[in-house]
Design a protein around this ligand. Structure first.
Ligand SMILES: NC(=O)c1ccc[n+]([C@@H]2O[C@H](COP(=O)([O-])OP(=O)(O)OC[C@H]3O[C@@H](n4cnc5c(N)ncnc54)[C@H](O)[C@@H]3O)[C@@H](O)[C@H]2O)c1
Length: 320
């Protein structure tokens, strides 16, 4: 598994451990603090941690071979702000890194049964480019960011590895993932607002309009279901949580955490991503998997932040 120290990765590890798996995790980071927070303080004893860069082809092939991996869940990537800051390095990590993952799978000559990877709703452009309503799985990909362009490349890399080498794969397109552990990237602001609410601090969400908020555990459920599936081909799935206007999200946070009233504001400037996704293909192939209702995901997130705060362990470095 790559990118296991990140937000989604930590939830995937937690779920794999609950399912009795013993994942080998490959990440460049040196402190798996999110992993400890989400999968438990003893996580380092329950998973095999290999420190490495997905841009390093040989190291990745070696780790897949030495641990006789049968499935790869690939999540390591640079997010929108870093890709914008340094597009060439972003392409190295996101595009070359993903090609390396598929190469490692191909080199295993069939032992790796499938690659599951995170694409993104950023393969689609702004809502006004599409007919009204949730964006369907097969809608045209019109990325507005370097990051989105790299995710399109990842999906097409996956398709060519199926066509030419019969490496099965499943890619997933979440939009705004929220929940404990989410702290970086453009779409982290809803979670940062929830954390600020618990801390009693003011926070301005840097964008507005509508977005599709998907709870981290739902994303982990999709990725692990995909890893266990036996479907072939190079499949790509939209994920859907709750389509919500940021103004309404602010009101929902205030209703759930009344002490935060007036602290959370937002800028009414939409981001160039869809407002809602249609997850029909995911529900057909891997469902039924009803999304966590926003009120429930919000409650779990606020309660977890409050618990961590009481224990003096709520990490708020990203809030400055
Ligand atoms: N969070 C979201 O809302 C969202 C939405 C759509 C898609 N995604 C995708 O899901 C995946 C996981 O997202 P996340 O929110 O958990 O991200 P994250 O930033 O929290 O975690 C990314 C992880 O990848 C690791 N990493 C970065 N570069 C690496 C490299 N060169 N080699 C090895 N490891 C490296 C980092 O150390 C980190 O642990 C990414 O592919 C992301 O693009 C996320």
């Amino acid at each position: 598994m790559t990118g296991a120290f990140g937000c989604i990765g930590s939830w995937v590890v937690r779920r794999l451990l609950a399912d009795g798996e013993r994942p080998v995790v490959y990440d460049l980071g040196d402190d798996p603090w999110r992993l400890r927070m989400i999968a438990g303080d003893d996580v380092a004893r329950r998973v095999t941690i290999v420190r490495g860069d997905i841009a390093d082809h040989d190291a990745l092939v070696r780790v897949v071979r030495d641990h006789a991996a049968r499935r790869i869940i690939h999540l390591a990537a640079w997010q929108v702000p870093l890709c914008r800051q340094d597009p060439a390095k972003g392409a190295l990590v996101n595009v070359v890194g993903t090609a390396n993952v598929f190469e490692a799978a191909r080199a295993s000559e069939g032992r790796v049964e499938r690659v599951v990877y995170a694409s993104s709703a950023a393969v689609f452009g702004a809502p006004e480019l599409y007919p009204p309503g949730p964006i369907k799985d097969d809608a045209p990909r019109l990325p507005a960011t370097h990051y989105g362009v790299y995710k399109v490349a990842n999906e097409d890399t996956a398709r060519v590895y199926w066509d030419e080498h019969k490496v099965p794969s499943m890619g997933f397109r979440p939009l705004s993932v929220y929940g404990p552990g989410r702290d970086f990237g453009v779409t982290a602001d809803p979670t940062l607002a929830m954390k600020s609410a618990v801390l009693g601090r003011a926070f301005k969400i840097r964008w507005g309009g509508r977005t599709d908020l998907v709870y981290t555990e739902d994303v982990a459920r999709a990725l692990t279901a995909a890893a266990a599936s036996r479907l072939d081909g190079a499949r790509v799935y939209n994920l859907h949580g709750a389509s919500v206007a940021i103004a309404d999200l602010v009101r929902t946070i205030e209703a759930a955490w009344p002490r935060a009233r007036g602290l959370i504001t937002h800028v009414e400037q939409p981001i160039p991503f869809p407002a809602a996704l249609d997850d029909a293909r995911y529900q057909r192939d891997l469902g039924p998997a009803p999304p966590t209702a926003l009120a429930d995901g919000l409650r779990k997130t606020l309660d977890e932040f409050a618990r961590l705060q009481t224990e003096g362990r709520l990490d708020a470095r990203e809030l400055g």
